[in-house]
Design a protein around this ligand. Structure first.
Ligand SMILES: C[S@@+](CC[C@H](N)C(=O)[O-])C[C@H]1O[C@@H](n2cnc3c(N)ncnc32)[C@H](O)[C@@H]1O
Length: 190
């Protein structure tokens, strides 16, 4: 993942979190959250909803060390889970004291699904979505090196766009001028 594409992805995620929070969503489940950066999901969400709660899930020990340091230093409402996202039952059990799944939540899978085979990725998303109540949101982004195929994908699935085209006027940065898609994104309401 190049620096440029990584930045585009994170900027999209920040816009999506801000947008979900503006819809009144105060709970975020960030699967495969990766290393803390600026802005993090909790910082972005709290800018709109100060009492927002965020569950960060990853299975990389280095990532987890950084996340735990963050959670222990003045970041109330932040939960860190060491878990494999391919085990939705275990992940949900681990976050259920902190995230109320009887209320709408925003599920983030940023730059995660391309680690899995297409069928496994589809089943994984479906498995998590089945655990969310109506009014929840699902935020997805995946990487794609082939610009032509990406464009074809945008045409086939309405609502799926190049990351830079998702609410570019929301007041948050959108990196670089339009070009062939590499960050493919979508936001869905459950
Ligand atoms: C490319 S990073 C994306 C980070 C962040 N979500 C973003 O969009 O910038 C993928 C992250 O997913 C985590 N990951 C990959 N497979 C995982 C799994 N099976 N369970 C938990 N985390 C996983 C990796 O450790 C890594 O931190």
């Amino acid at each position: 993942m190049t620096v440029e594409v990584s930045r585009e992805n994170r900027q999209f995620l920040a816009r999506a979190v801000t947008w979900a929070a503006s819809q009144g969503i105060g709970q975020f489940i960030d699967l495969g959250c990766g290393m803390p950066t600026v802005p993090n999901t909790h910082q972005t969400a709290k800018a709109t909803i100060p009492a927002a709660r965020v569950a960060y899930i990853d299975n990389d020990p280095v990532v987890l060390t950084h996340l735990r340091a963050l959670a222990e230093h003045g970041n109330p409402g932040v939960t860190v889970v060491d878990g494999d996202v391919r085990e939705p039952g275990a992940i949900i059990a681990a976050i259920q004291d902190d995230i109320d799944l009887e209320a709408p939540a925003c599920l983030l899978m940023g730059y995660l699904l391309h680690f899995f085979a297409p069928d496994a990725a589809r089943d994984l998303v479906a498995s998590y979505v089945a655990r969310l109540v109506p009014g929840s949101y699902v935020v997805l982004s995946v990487g794609r090196a082939d610009g032509a195929a990406a464009k074809q994908g945008f045409g086939a699935y309405s609502g799926v766009v190049d990351g830079r085209e998702w609410y570019p006027d929301s007041g948050q940065p959108v990196h670089a001028a339009p070009r062939d898609g590499r960050v493919i994104v979508g936001v869905a309401r459950v």
